[in-house]
Design a protein around this ligand. Structure first.
Ligand SMILES: Cc1cc2nc3c(=O)[nH]c(=O)nc-3n(C[C@H](O)[C@H](O)[C@H](O)COP(=O)(O)OP(=O)(O)OC[C@H]3O[C@@H](n4cnc5c(N)ncnc54)[C@H](O)[C@@H]3O)c2cc1C
Length: 404
């Protein structure tokens, strides 16, 4: 049997897939990326990246993607996470200001950089099976014009929440609960809200709103799946009913149009176990999914891409424990994430409501002060309390964004 012609096949061309491939390519390994979509990742529009994303992109040599017009600076965060509205200005943040990105566009930029480096990025190819064979794996790829296969010594699962490869290889991908996000694209004008984000809690969940470079506004309502009705119009109605409990978000949307689109996605933390085995590993959301409240998914994915590549290179170099160390680090990261998440949900002070009680269960209040990675929540960092317009004045008329 011939040795595989490829060192590594990366399945999935989101941030962790591209980061892993770039870092492996820089180490001289032969890498191919297979991605089922022809464009974008159907990510959530209006994702916010903390300032530290620049370090991860720098380490990959592609920090210039942040210069693209579609990546806009976020200079302050406002959040009502508990009784007071607080604002955090990022001008003097050690990591610099944050960024607002349109995920599809951002992922396109990353892919372009990979192609420019000479990496073979194959779009429109869906991985449908991964079978072990001498010296590695045979991976079947479906495309519009039929099926092909590739042989690789190592396979990387960067398929996001589906953890397709890991599950094929016997791993389990488990969600912690039934948290979902109802995400909506609301027609602007967004210009007046540019440069800042807003988070607000309410009894059944929490809201997040941000202005997009396209002049639309992305709104996420994070709640429990049991509270989301079936059917598009019922969902839209329920979303706007919930707005009554979020006066700041309601004000933020004053003067905007109806939702151009709305969809419901899982937003529950989840973990794959095991996250690596002989000749394979999972990275990004395929490894573990952080709560969207952390605003860390993309940055974690890029950082994990770098550590995935280091582990794979060490494995090729004959280090038998490289993948065990990778697995242990991923497990520690997720355990720390869950602990911080519980503390953060407890800090909202809404545990009398089932949504919050379930997510804050067994949290230690002291953690609320030590959960530094939690960003941009108000419990850490140099936030200051600001006047709360929702309490100081009645909400502006919101008839303009009542669904048609
Ligand atoms: C509501 C919500 C809001 C969020 N907000 C933020 C935020 O503000 N900031 C932030 O940093 N993160 C945020 N996140 C998290 C962030 O979206 C994810 O962490 C990130 O998308 C993970 O990237 P990924 O590449 O691992 O997975 P994905 O983005 O899911 O990409 C996986 C890729 O693999 C491909 N693929 C899947 N299966 C196959 C297959 N069989 N063959 C070939 N290709 C395949 C897919 O097409 C896709 O391109 C949010 C998440 C949610 C749910």
């Amino acid at each position: 049997m011939r040795a595989p012609s490829l060192d590594v096949l990366v399945v999935g061309a989101g941030p962790p897939g591209i980061a892993t491939a770039l870092a492996l390519h820089a180490r001289g390994l032969r890498v191919v990326i297979a991605e089922r979509r022809v464009r974008g990742t159907r990510g959530t529009p209006g994702e916010t990246l903390p300032g530290r994303v620049r370090s991860a992109l720098d380490a990959l040599g592609i920090a210039d993607v942040l210069d693209d017009w579609s990546c806009t600076p976020i200079r302050s965060h406002r959040a009502r996470w508990g009784p007071a509205l607080r604002e955090r200005h990022l001008a003097h943040d050690p990591d610099g200001h944050a960024w607002q990105v349109d995920r599809d566009g951002f992922d396109e930029l990353l892919r372009l950089r990979a192609v420019e480096r000479g990496i073979d990025v194959r779009l429109g190819m869906r991985c449908t099976s991964v079978v072990p064979e001498t010296g590695g794996w045979r991976i079947a790829l479906d495309q519009e014009r039929g099926r092909s296969s590739l042989r690789a010594a190592f396979v990387v699962d960067a398929t996001g929440r589906s953890a397709f490869v890991a599950r094929r290889l016997g791993a389990r991908h488990e969600r912690c609960d039934r948290t979902v996000a109802v995400i909506a694209g609301i027609l602007g004008p967004a210009a007046a809200r540019c440069g800042s984000t807003l988070v607000e809690v309410c009894p059944d969940g929490w809201w997040y709103a941000a202005a997009l470079p396209s002049d639309d506004i992305a709104v996420n309502f994070v709640t429990d799946a049991a509270l989301v009705p079936v059917g598009a119009s019922a969902r839209t109605g329920a979303l706007f009913d919930q707005l009554c409990n979020a006066p700041l978000i309601e004000r933020y949307l004053a003067g905007c149009g109806s939702p151009a689109w709305l969809r419901v996605v899982s937003a529950a933390p989840a973990v794959t176990s095991p996250v690596a085995g002989a000749g394979w590993l999972a990275t990004g959301d395929a490894s573990s999914v952080h709560d969207p409240l952390a605003f860390s998914g993309v940055t974690k994915a890029l950082e994990q891409g770098l550590s995935s590549a280091a582990a794979i290179a060490a494995w090729f170099g004959g280090d038998p424990l490289a993948l065990d160390r990778y697995r242990a680090a991923a497990e520690d990261d997720f355990a720390a994430h869950l602990q911080a998440r519980r503390a953060c949900y407890a800090a909202a002070g809404l545990s009398r409501f089932p949504f919050w009680r379930q997510r804050a269960a067994s949290s230690a209040p002291s953690l609320a002060r030590t959960s530094a990675p939690w960003w941009p929540m108000t419990i850490t960092g140099p936030h200051r309390a600001v006047p709360d317009p929702a309490h100081d004045a009645p909400a502006a008329a919101s008839a303009a964004h009542v669904p048609a």
